[in-house]
Design a protein. Structure first.
Length: 97
């Protein structure tokens, strides 16, 4: 006789508490019900993990975008300062003639 396998509860720190409670409740069910629910529960866990990965990717992309924006603003300010300096030099040359 084989031991019933628990629903996937690996990486419990990454699984929300509600899903951990659901896993525990599923484990308390009789074997036929537990086996019937296991595939659906595994799909929920996989979907949750994928959503977390996607969220992490989006957060990383936003952080990179913020950094890029800071670089662009710095470059814009430097370009404006250069433009103003060239205008001033051009004005001085015109006044000197």
């Amino acid at each position: 006789m084989t031991q019933p396998q628990p629903a996937r509860t690996t990486e419990t720190t990454a699984i929300p508490a509600e899903l951990q409670e659901l896993a525990a409740a599923i484990e308390r069910l009789p074997a036929p019900y537990r086996e019937a629910l296991r595939p659906a529960f595994d799909k929920v866990i996989d979907a949750n993990r994928r959503r977390r990965q996607i969220l992490s990717l989006v957060q990383d992309a936003l952080a990179e975008l913020r950094l890029d924006m800071k670089y662009l603003l710095f470059d814009l300010e430097a370009t404006r300062r250069e433009r103003d300096e060239y205008k001033r030099q051009l004005q001085e040359l015109r006044e000197g003639d």
